[in-house]
Design a binder for this molecule. Structure first.
Ligand code: FE2
Length: 302
Protein backbone atom coordinates (compact mmCIF):
# COMPACT_ATOMS: atom_id res chain seq x y z
CA UNK A 1 0.00 0.00 0.00
CA UNK A 2 2.81 2.35 0.95
CA UNK A 3 4.54 1.61 -2.35
CA UNK A 4 1.35 2.13 -4.32
CA UNK A 5 0.88 5.55 -2.76
CA UNK A 6 4.49 6.45 -3.46
CA UNK A 7 4.15 5.29 -7.09
CA UNK A 8 1.02 7.37 -7.49
CA UNK A 9 2.72 10.46 -6.10
CA UNK A 10 5.70 9.92 -8.39
CA UNK A 11 3.38 9.49 -11.36
CA UNK A 12 1.85 12.95 -10.96
CA UNK A 13 3.02 15.15 -13.83
CA UNK A 14 1.86 18.68 -14.28
CA UNK A 15 1.57 20.92 -17.33
CA UNK A 16 4.37 23.30 -18.15
CA UNK A 17 3.38 26.95 -17.83
CA UNK A 18 5.56 29.93 -18.69
CA UNK A 19 6.32 32.50 -15.99
CA UNK A 20 8.24 35.05 -18.07
CA UNK A 21 6.87 38.55 -17.50
CA UNK A 22 4.26 37.31 -15.01
CA UNK A 23 3.24 38.55 -11.57
CA UNK A 24 2.23 36.04 -8.90
CA UNK A 25 1.40 35.86 -5.23
CA UNK A 26 2.08 33.72 -2.19
CA UNK A 27 -0.26 30.72 -2.19
CA UNK A 28 -2.34 30.28 0.94
CA UNK A 29 -4.77 27.32 1.02
CA UNK A 30 -7.44 29.62 2.52
CA UNK A 31 -7.56 31.36 -0.86
CA UNK A 32 -7.97 28.21 -2.95
CA UNK A 33 -11.78 28.38 -3.41
CA UNK A 34 -11.61 32.07 -4.38
CA UNK A 35 -8.72 31.47 -6.77
CA UNK A 36 -10.56 28.62 -8.50
CA UNK A 37 -13.79 30.61 -8.70
CA UNK A 38 -12.15 33.75 -10.12
CA UNK A 39 -12.62 34.50 -13.80
CA UNK A 40 -9.15 35.97 -14.25
CA UNK A 41 -5.83 34.21 -13.83
CA UNK A 42 -2.90 34.99 -11.62
CA UNK A 43 0.55 34.50 -13.16
CA UNK A 44 1.98 31.99 -10.67
CA UNK A 45 1.95 31.02 -7.01
CA UNK A 46 4.79 30.62 -4.54
CA UNK A 47 4.86 28.32 -1.52
CA UNK A 48 7.27 27.88 1.34
CA UNK A 49 8.92 24.49 0.92
CA UNK A 50 8.80 23.70 4.63
CA UNK A 51 4.98 23.78 4.65
CA UNK A 52 4.86 20.88 2.20
CA UNK A 53 7.40 18.42 3.53
CA UNK A 54 4.88 15.95 4.89
CA UNK A 55 3.90 13.12 2.54
CA UNK A 56 0.28 14.09 1.98
CA UNK A 57 -2.80 15.57 3.59
CA UNK A 58 -4.69 18.81 2.93
CA UNK A 59 -1.61 20.96 2.12
CA UNK A 60 -0.63 18.68 -0.77
CA UNK A 61 -4.21 18.31 -1.97
CA UNK A 62 -4.46 22.10 -2.23
CA UNK A 63 -1.07 22.50 -3.89
CA UNK A 64 -1.70 19.70 -6.37
CA UNK A 65 -4.97 21.38 -7.34
CA UNK A 66 -3.34 24.75 -7.85
CA UNK A 67 -0.39 23.21 -9.71
CA UNK A 68 -2.77 21.70 -12.27
CA UNK A 69 -3.68 25.19 -13.45
CA UNK A 70 -0.63 27.28 -12.59
CA UNK A 71 3.16 27.31 -12.45
CA UNK A 72 4.53 27.38 -8.92
CA UNK A 73 7.65 28.68 -7.30
CA UNK A 74 9.14 26.80 -4.35
CA UNK A 75 10.77 29.08 -1.81
CA UNK A 76 12.87 27.57 0.97
CA UNK A 77 13.33 29.34 4.27
CA UNK A 78 15.18 26.74 6.38
CA UNK A 79 18.12 25.45 4.31
CA UNK A 80 20.47 27.72 6.28
CA UNK A 81 22.76 28.28 3.28
CA UNK A 82 24.53 31.04 5.18
CA UNK A 83 25.36 28.96 8.24
CA UNK A 84 28.77 27.46 9.06
CA UNK A 85 27.40 23.95 9.54
CA UNK A 86 26.97 21.36 6.77
CA UNK A 87 23.52 21.34 5.20
CA UNK A 88 21.07 18.91 6.76
CA UNK A 89 21.02 15.92 4.33
CA UNK A 90 17.49 14.92 5.35
CA UNK A 91 16.21 18.43 4.71
CA UNK A 92 17.95 18.45 1.33
CA UNK A 93 16.29 15.16 0.37
CA UNK A 94 12.88 16.44 1.47
CA UNK A 95 13.44 19.54 -0.63
CA UNK A 96 14.47 17.44 -3.64
CA UNK A 97 11.35 15.28 -3.29
CA UNK A 98 9.22 18.42 -3.35
CA UNK A 99 10.96 19.70 -6.48
CA UNK A 100 10.56 16.32 -8.19
CA UNK A 101 6.91 16.16 -7.22
CA UNK A 102 5.79 19.65 -8.31
CA UNK A 103 8.24 20.53 -11.11
CA UNK A 104 8.37 24.17 -10.03
CA UNK A 105 9.12 26.94 -12.49
CA UNK A 106 11.39 28.62 -9.94
CA UNK A 107 13.27 27.55 -6.81
CA UNK A 108 14.74 29.96 -4.31
CA UNK A 109 16.42 30.17 -0.93
CA UNK A 110 17.68 32.88 1.40
CA UNK A 111 21.14 34.27 1.98
CA UNK A 112 20.77 33.67 5.71
CA UNK A 113 21.13 31.03 8.38
CA UNK A 114 18.57 29.59 10.76
CA UNK A 115 20.08 26.49 12.34
CA UNK A 116 22.91 25.92 14.78
CA UNK A 117 23.71 22.44 16.06
CA UNK A 118 20.25 20.94 16.42
CA UNK A 119 18.47 24.23 17.12
CA UNK A 120 16.14 25.62 14.46
CA UNK A 121 15.38 29.31 14.73
CA UNK A 122 12.24 30.88 13.34
CA UNK A 123 14.15 33.89 12.06
CA UNK A 124 16.39 34.27 9.06
CA UNK A 125 19.63 35.45 10.62
CA UNK A 126 22.24 37.54 8.78
CA UNK A 127 25.88 36.60 8.30
CA UNK A 128 29.14 38.54 8.02
CA UNK A 129 30.38 39.05 4.48
CA UNK A 130 34.01 37.95 4.09
CA UNK A 131 36.07 35.39 2.18
CA UNK A 132 35.45 32.60 4.71
CA UNK A 133 31.65 32.97 4.71
CA UNK A 134 31.67 33.38 0.93
CA UNK A 135 33.37 30.00 0.56
CA UNK A 136 30.86 28.39 2.92
CA UNK A 137 27.83 29.82 1.14
CA UNK A 138 29.17 28.88 -2.30
CA UNK A 139 29.80 25.31 -1.14
CA UNK A 140 26.25 25.15 0.22
CA UNK A 141 24.69 26.56 -2.95
CA UNK A 142 26.74 24.11 -5.05
CA UNK A 143 25.56 21.24 -2.84
CA UNK A 144 21.91 22.25 -2.94
CA UNK A 145 21.91 22.69 -6.75
CA UNK A 146 23.68 19.37 -7.15
CA UNK A 147 21.29 17.43 -4.91
CA UNK A 148 18.05 18.85 -6.28
CA UNK A 149 19.36 18.89 -9.85
CA UNK A 150 18.13 22.42 -10.50
CA UNK A 151 19.47 25.97 -10.47
CA UNK A 152 18.33 27.99 -7.50
CA UNK A 153 17.79 31.73 -7.06
CA UNK A 154 19.41 33.23 -3.96
CA UNK A 155 17.52 36.03 -2.18
CA UNK A 156 19.11 39.16 -0.70
CA UNK A 157 18.20 39.50 2.99
CA UNK A 158 16.53 42.22 5.02
CA UNK A 159 18.90 42.97 7.88
CA UNK A 160 18.77 44.77 11.18
CA UNK A 161 22.38 44.40 12.38
CA UNK A 162 25.84 44.52 10.78
CA UNK A 163 29.05 42.65 11.71
CA UNK A 164 32.50 43.99 12.51
CA UNK A 165 34.13 41.11 10.61
CA UNK A 166 32.35 42.00 7.38
CA UNK A 167 34.92 42.92 4.73
CA UNK A 168 32.78 42.88 1.57
CA UNK A 169 29.76 44.88 0.45
CA UNK A 170 26.60 42.77 0.32
CA UNK A 171 26.16 43.37 -3.41
CA UNK A 172 29.74 42.22 -4.10
CA UNK A 173 29.24 39.17 -1.90
CA UNK A 174 26.05 38.24 -3.76
CA UNK A 175 27.59 38.91 -7.18
CA UNK A 176 30.49 36.60 -6.34
CA UNK A 177 28.15 33.80 -5.20
CA UNK A 178 26.29 34.01 -8.51
CA UNK A 179 29.58 34.02 -10.45
CA UNK A 180 31.10 31.06 -8.60
CA UNK A 181 28.00 28.84 -8.39
CA UNK A 182 26.00 29.84 -11.46
CA UNK A 183 22.92 30.37 -9.30
CA UNK A 184 20.40 33.04 -10.21
CA UNK A 185 19.35 35.83 -7.88
CA UNK A 186 16.01 36.66 -6.34
CA UNK A 187 15.97 40.41 -5.75
CA UNK A 188 13.63 41.30 -2.89
CA UNK A 189 13.06 45.01 -3.43
CA UNK A 190 11.30 45.42 -0.08
CA UNK A 191 14.30 43.83 1.66
CA UNK A 192 16.54 46.43 0.00
CA UNK A 193 14.27 49.23 1.20
CA UNK A 194 14.07 47.82 4.76
CA UNK A 195 17.85 47.27 5.06
CA UNK A 196 18.62 50.69 3.58
CA UNK A 197 16.35 52.42 6.09
CA UNK A 198 17.69 50.42 9.04
CA UNK A 199 21.37 50.87 8.19
CA UNK A 200 21.13 54.37 6.70
CA UNK A 201 22.36 53.63 3.18
CA UNK A 202 20.83 54.56 -0.16
CA UNK A 203 18.54 51.92 -1.67
CA UNK A 204 19.16 53.48 -5.08
CA UNK A 205 22.93 53.14 -4.70
CA UNK A 206 22.51 49.51 -3.60
CA UNK A 207 20.35 48.74 -6.64
CA UNK A 208 22.78 50.56 -8.93
CA UNK A 209 25.54 48.19 -7.77
CA UNK A 210 23.37 45.04 -7.62
CA UNK A 211 24.17 42.41 -10.30
CA UNK A 212 20.84 42.81 -12.10
CA UNK A 213 22.07 40.64 -14.96
CA UNK A 214 21.69 37.61 -12.63
CA UNK A 215 18.22 38.53 -11.32
CA UNK A 216 15.66 35.89 -12.35
CA UNK A 217 12.84 36.72 -9.92
CA UNK A 218 11.69 39.66 -7.81
CA UNK A 219 9.88 39.77 -4.47
CA UNK A 220 7.71 42.64 -3.30
CA UNK A 221 6.10 42.80 0.15
CA UNK A 222 4.79 45.12 2.81
CA UNK A 223 6.82 46.18 5.84
CA UNK A 224 6.01 47.50 9.30
CA UNK A 225 7.47 50.56 10.97
CA UNK A 226 8.54 50.35 14.61
CA UNK A 227 10.99 52.04 16.98
CA UNK A 228 14.12 50.38 18.31
CA UNK A 229 15.30 50.63 21.94
CA UNK A 230 16.87 54.04 21.27
CA UNK A 231 13.68 55.44 19.76
CA UNK A 232 15.05 55.25 16.21
CA UNK A 233 12.82 54.16 13.32
CA UNK A 234 13.15 50.44 12.58
CA UNK A 235 11.54 48.76 9.57
CA UNK A 236 10.45 45.14 9.87
CA UNK A 237 10.01 42.87 6.85
CA UNK A 238 6.57 41.83 8.04
CA UNK A 239 4.78 40.60 4.87
CA UNK A 240 1.47 41.62 6.44
CA UNK A 241 0.27 44.60 4.40
CA UNK A 242 0.32 46.14 0.92
CA UNK A 243 3.58 47.07 -0.78
CA UNK A 244 4.70 50.60 0.17
CA UNK A 245 4.71 53.35 -2.48
CA UNK A 246 8.47 53.82 -2.16
CA UNK A 247 9.01 50.10 -2.86
CA UNK A 248 6.81 50.28 -5.95
CA UNK A 249 8.97 53.17 -7.17
CA UNK A 250 12.17 51.17 -6.64
CA UNK A 251 10.58 48.22 -8.44
CA UNK A 252 9.81 50.41 -11.46
CA UNK A 253 13.44 51.57 -11.51
CA UNK A 254 14.69 47.97 -11.39
CA UNK A 255 12.45 46.92 -14.27
CA UNK A 256 13.51 49.93 -16.33
CA UNK A 257 17.08 48.59 -16.08
CA UNK A 258 16.52 44.83 -16.01
CA UNK A 259 13.41 44.40 -18.11
CA UNK A 260 10.41 42.31 -16.97
CA UNK A 261 11.24 39.60 -14.41
CA UNK A 262 8.70 37.22 -12.77
CA UNK A 263 7.52 39.10 -9.70
CA UNK A 264 5.93 37.80 -6.53
CA UNK A 265 3.79 39.64 -4.01
CA UNK A 266 4.69 38.06 -0.64
CA UNK A 267 1.97 38.17 2.00
CA UNK A 268 2.36 35.76 4.93
CA UNK A 269 0.42 37.10 7.92
CA UNK A 270 -2.67 39.26 8.54
CA UNK A 271 -3.84 37.55 5.38
CA UNK A 272 -6.38 39.61 3.39
CA UNK A 273 -9.20 38.26 1.25
CA UNK A 274 -8.07 37.02 -2.13
CA UNK A 275 -9.20 40.13 -4.10
CA UNK A 276 -6.86 42.33 -2.04
CA UNK A 277 -3.84 40.13 -2.74
CA UNK A 278 -4.93 39.72 -6.35
CA UNK A 279 -5.05 43.51 -6.71
CA UNK A 280 -1.43 43.77 -5.55
CA UNK A 281 -0.41 41.23 -8.19
CA UNK A 282 -2.39 43.15 -10.80
CA UNK A 283 -0.51 46.32 -9.88
CA UNK A 284 2.79 44.48 -10.35
CA UNK A 285 1.54 43.02 -13.65
CA UNK A 286 0.67 46.50 -14.94
CA UNK A 287 4.24 47.66 -14.26
CA UNK A 288 5.68 44.49 -15.83
CA UNK A 289 3.54 45.08 -18.91
CA UNK A 290 4.78 48.67 -19.16
CA UNK A 291 8.30 47.30 -19.37
CA UNK A 292 7.53 44.38 -21.67
CA UNK A 293 9.48 46.00 -24.49
CA UNK A 294 12.49 46.64 -22.27
CA UNK A 295 15.09 44.27 -23.58
CA UNK A 296 16.76 44.30 -20.19
CA UNK A 297 19.95 45.64 -18.74
CA UNK A 298 19.76 49.02 -20.45
CA UNK A 299 22.52 50.13 -18.13
CA UNK A 300 24.84 47.53 -19.53
CA UNK A 301 24.21 48.78 -23.05
CA UNK A 302 24.63 52.45 -22.16
FE1 FE2 B 1 11.36 37.83 -0.07
Amino acid sequence: MQNNLADRADAVRFPHYAVAGQAGTSFKPEHLPAILAASDRCGFFEVHAENYMGAGGPPHRALERIRQDYPVSIHGVCMSLGGPQPLDPDHLQRFKALVDRYEPAMISEHLAWSTHDDIFYNDLLPLPYNEATLTHVCDHVDQMQSVIGRRIFLENPSTYVAFTDTTMAEVDFIREIARRTGCGLLLDVNNVFVSAANHGFSALDYLKDFPLESVEQIHLAGHAEQEDGAGEKLLIDSHDRPVADAVWQLYEIVLSRRGPVPTLIEWDSELPDWPVLRAEARAAQAILDRHSDTGGLRDAAE
